[in-house]
Design a protein around this ligand. Structure first.
Ligand SMILES: Nc1ncnc2c1ncn2[C@@H]1O[C@H](COP(=O)(O)OP(=O)(O)OP(=O)(O)O)[C@@H](O)[C@H]1O
Length: 213
């Protein structure tokens, strides 16, 4: 599956945030997005998901334009920047709702086995993020959007999540952004830099350093 987003123009009042965006994601590939604070990374993911309506955009899947919001297609799962699971939901129910296997989770993250029946507000910010990232990555959607999956997460868990992303990419198209620049560079097969509202495909990291100066 190939997902393309093209011709994005996003304004908030008169302020232009995005223009001249092109980005492609494919099954088997991890597509990283880098850029400074406020350059529009989260907005771009929201536009792809269908949660934010820009002035213009064109989304294609396998070259075919998709006119309805992607979230209505069941093709996509989206990890927003902020916690999205209600405080009073317990972990077991969340795994049921997402149709993800709790045992599979505790095999990867054994220290979470004690949390099986805990409400989400009892978890730390980092623990909660680990669960959220796992649920999104393991969902059956063929397109995965990850906004800051590494934020607040300890290095040991970052390693595990990186290897999960690498496993899941074989049947999914994954788009990822995070301020932990090095993790994005390490895990991505292609990287787009957002700057001045435009996206630029970075072919080698030397270019990334020159362009970002
Ligand atoms: N609902 C909104 N109303 C007005 N301006 C907004 C709104 N949402 C985002 N913006 C502005 O759009 C710009 C892009 O925001 P966005 O959250 O996409 O940036 P980002 O690249 O993800 O930043 P960060 O790396 O800090 O998370 C920012 O200048 C932000 O202030």
């Amino acid at each position: 599956m190939t997902l393309e987003i093209d011709n994005v123009e996003l304004f908030f009042k008169e302020k232009r945030i995005l223009n001249g965006i092109y980005l492609k994601a494919e099954t088997g590939h991890i597509t990283g997005i880098l850029g400074s604070n406020g350059c529009g990374k989260s907005c771009l993911l929201k536009i792809i998901f269908g949660d934010l309506n820009p002035k213009y955009k064109l989304i294609r899947i396998n070259s075919k334009p998709i006119l309805k919001p992607l979230y209505q297609t069941k093709l996509v799962s989206y990890l927003p920047q902020h916690h999205f699971i209600p405080n009073n939901l317990n972990t077991k129910t969340a795994f049921k709702l997402f149709n993800v296997d709790w045992i599979d989770f505790t095999i990867t993250f054994p220290s979470f086995a004690f949390f099986e029946n805990l409400k989400f507000h009892r978890l730390s910010g980092g623990e909660r993020r680990v669960v959220e990232v796992f649920l999104i990555l393991k969902s059956s959607s063929k397109i995965i959007l990850l906004d800051e999956p590494f934020s607040h997460i300890a290095p040991l868990y970052i390693k595990k999540i990186t290897s999960l992303i690498e496993t899941e990419k074989h049947q999914k198209a994954i788009i990822i952004t995070d301020h932990m620049y090095q993790h994005i560079v390490d895990v991505s097969d292609a990287i787009y830099l957002l700057k001045n509202g435009c996206s630029k495909l970075i072919n080698n990291l030397k270019n990334l350093r020159i362009i970002s100066i």
